[in-house]
Each structure stands twice: as structure tokens, then as C-alpha cells.
Design a protein around this ligand. Structure first.
Ligand code: SAH
Ligand code: SF4
Length: 336
């Protein structure tokens, strides 16, 4: 798919043609300009040649058919992955990538291991949702695929606004989530934007924010997530508290349980100590194999949860989708 020439091709047409074209792409989700019968045959042919809508993707369906992974090849031959999760309650969530690779190199994450290639454009982010919209109605979008959203803030927020726009995808702000490894400037920008009265900015203050925590203290967190040396825990939490104060939104803290690394009773107690705050929620995630660590035993996971319960911490354990097709959290990686 390549929309770079869209305005150029339609430049000699009346203005409303561009709006029609954008609606055909981002609202009706056509996959070929031949479906845009409101355009002349000549124009459709020209659009097919200069603004192709075909998405170059390899698609894998999980055994239980509740998740679908797409490996998309971009114009410069680099590849990204996105996943559709079909929930039993009817929600269809797409987990999108925002970068090819990731520069932050968290030890447990397959994307981190591949290094950083480049940021995705807004269209490349939206293309991932369009691919699945062509299969079913997408109800939720999470920025939890490859890459760090707040290192590609502008393109990510532009995509969020188009996803939310009633004239386009029409996905509710509260059904859109961004997860960050704790880039403080990004949290601050999101707060500022959410407070702004500018048209289209309100969505920033209403989306869901998730923080990849994974350790209850700086020593361990810096070992697992090198970015913690630049943005230590206390400062990240301070930014989160400010976000909560200003937006009144709850914040999710993701904690991947890794055998013998961060799953001890001591870690659980320490975690409870920093998470006992209003509007803080912990999301426990089982470690998905990426070659370095082992998953915590069921017994240890239960012990960990017992402590959080006793300490009255709000938490849920995330349902795991698609681990048989390497489509679970942290398993997104491509070799191009
Ligand atoms: N860069 C952002 C967005 C990616 S989200 C961030 O880190 O928040 C991907 C989520 O999956 C994050 O919570 C990440 O910490 C988690 N994750 C990474 N590797 C994982 C693994 N091996 N098993 C389970 N979850 C993992
Ligand atoms: Fe990047 Fe997030 Fe993976 Fe860390 S967990 S390497 S920040 S994608």
C-alpha cells in the first residue's frame, strides 16, 4: 500500500474527491480502487497504478483461531508484525507495531534483540489496522507490538487521532491503548496534549496508558530494561501520578513474570509497596519464550498473586493469545 501520491493524483480533481478517496481507504476499507465506483474508470486505473491499496502480508492463524498474525513487508522491504486477537466477548483487538525493531533492548523481548531499524509512518501504522478491518470490525487497538510508541510520538498520536475520528475508523479513545517502557517526555507530552483545547487533542487524555514495569526496584529494572538508567522508577512513577492527577484515568502496569528473576515473594511485596495507589492497576503477564529466560512455574505465579491479593493490590493476569504462532507479547520480531 502506498498513499504518498494520493494528493498528487487527485490534484486536478474537485476537492471533495480527496475526501471520498480517504473515506474509501480509512472508512470503507476497500482493497482495490475498482471498488470505488464513484470514480471514473480512468481515475480508478490511475489510482491503482500510483496509489496501490494491496497490503503485502503473510498471514498466520493460531490453532484455536482466536488470533491471527500478519507479517507485513514495507516499501523498503523491511518487515513488521501485527496481531489480531478475537476475544470471546466479541471485541477484536489489533496489536500494532510503531517501529521496525526497537532501540531500547529489553533483555526479555524479541523485538529488543533485533535492534532498531526505523520509525513507522502514520500510514504504515494505520495500514496494520486496515489489513484486519478488511477481515472483521476492529474494536480496539493497542500499541504493544514492535517498538516504543513514545520514541515515535508524533506519528503514533496522528494515527491515534485518525483511528478515533468518526469520519474514519471511529474507534473509541477508551478502546485505544499505548504501552511505554517509561519514556517520561512522552508521558508529559500526552498529558499536555490531553489538556489542550485544540481540535482532535482530547483523545490524548482519554486513551489508556500502560507502563512496562517488570521490576519493583531500580537495580533489577536497570538489569532487565537498560532505559531505566535514563528514566529511573521513581521519576517514571512521578510522571504517572501527574498523568493520573490531570486525566483521572487509570494506568496499567505490565509485569512479566520471569523464573528466578522477578517472581520471588520479596519482589511481590516490593511491587505491592509501590503499586498501592488509587488508579494503579497491575497486569501480570506470563513470560513468553524469546530465548533468554524461563517462564515462572504455575506454583510461583500463584504465590506471587496471593501476595498481591493479601496486599490489596488491583491486578489481573493477562490472557495469552497466539503463543503457537509466535504472536504473544514480546515475541514480535522479523529478520528484515
Ligand atoms: N515498547 C513498549 C511497547 C511494546 S509492548 C513497551 O515496552 O511497553 C510489549 C509488551 O510486551 C510490553 O509490556 C513488554 O514489556 C512485554 N513483553 C516483552 N517481552 C515479553 C516476553 N518475552 N513475554 C511477555 N511479555 C513481554
Ligand atoms: Fe522495546 Fe518494549 Fe521490547 Fe523493551 S519491551 S525492547 S521497549 S518493544
Amino acid at each position: 500500500m502506498d498513499l504518498n501520491n494520493l494528493e498528487k493524483v487527485l490534484a486536478s480533481e474537485p476537492k471533495y474527491r480527496l475526501k471520498q478517496a480517504r473515506e474509501a481507504i480509512f472508512k470503507s476499507f476497500i482493497s482495490n480502487w475498482d471498488e470505488a465506483t464513484f470514480f471514473s474508470k480512468d481515475l480508478r486505473e490511475k489510482l491503482n497504478a500510483e496509489c496501490p491499496l494491496k497490503i503485502n502480508a503473510e498471514v498466520l492463524v493460531s490453532k484455536e483461531e482466536d488470533s491471527v498474525k500478519a507479517k507485513i513487508t514495507l516499501k523498503d522491504d523491511l518487515q513488521i508484525e501485527s496481531v489480531l486477537m478475537r476475544h470471546k466477548d466479541g471485541r477484536n483487538t489489533v496489536c500494532v507495531s510503531c517501529q521496525v525493531g526497537c532501540p531500547l533492548g529489553c533483555l526479555f523481548c524479541a523485538t529488543g534483540k533485533m535492534g532498531f531499524k526505523r520509525n513507522l509512518t502514520t500510514d504504515e501504522i494505520l495500514e496494520q489496522v486496515i489489513l484486519f478491518e478488511r477481515l472483521c470490525k476492529v474494536t480496539n487497538v493497542t500499541f504493544m507490538g514492535m517498538g516504543e510508541p513514545f520514541l515515535n510520538y508524533d506519528n503514533v498520536l496522528k494515527a491515534v487521532k485518525i483511528l478515533n475520528d468518526k469520519d474514519f475508523f471511529n474507534i473509541g479513545a477508551r478502546s485505544i491503548s499505548i504501552s511505554t517502557a517509561g519514556i517520561i517526555e512522552g508521558i508529559e507530552k500526552l498529558i499536555k496534549e490531553g489538556m489542550s483545547r485544540e481540535a482532535g487533542s482530547r483523545v490524548a487524555g482519554q486513551i489508556n496508558l500502560a507502563i512496562s514495569l517488570h521490576a519493583p526496584n531500580d537495580k533489577l529494572r536497570s538489569q532487565l530494561m537498560p532505559i531505566n538508567k535514563k528514566y529511573p522508577l521513581a521519576e517514571v512513577l512521578k510522571a504517572v501520578d501527574d498523568y493520573i492527577k490531570k486525566t483521572k484515568r487509570k494506568v496499567m502496569f505490565e509485569y512479566v513474570l520471569i523464573d528466578g528473576v522477578n517472581d520471588s515473594e520479596k519482589c511481590a511485596k516490593e511491587l505491592a509497596g509501590i503499586m498501592r495507589k488509587k488508579l494503579y492497576f497491575v497486569n501480570l503477564i506470563l513470560y513468553n519464550p524469546t530465548g533468554t529466560f524461563r517462564q515462572s512455574s504455575t506454583k510461583q505465579v500463584e504465590k506471587f498473586k496471593k501476595i498481591l491479593e493479601k496486599e490489596k493490590i488491583n491486578f489481573v493476569q493477562r490472557y495469552r493469545f497466539g503463543d503457537d504462532i509466535q504472536a504473544a507479547c514480546g515475541q514480535f520480531a522479523t529478520n528484515k
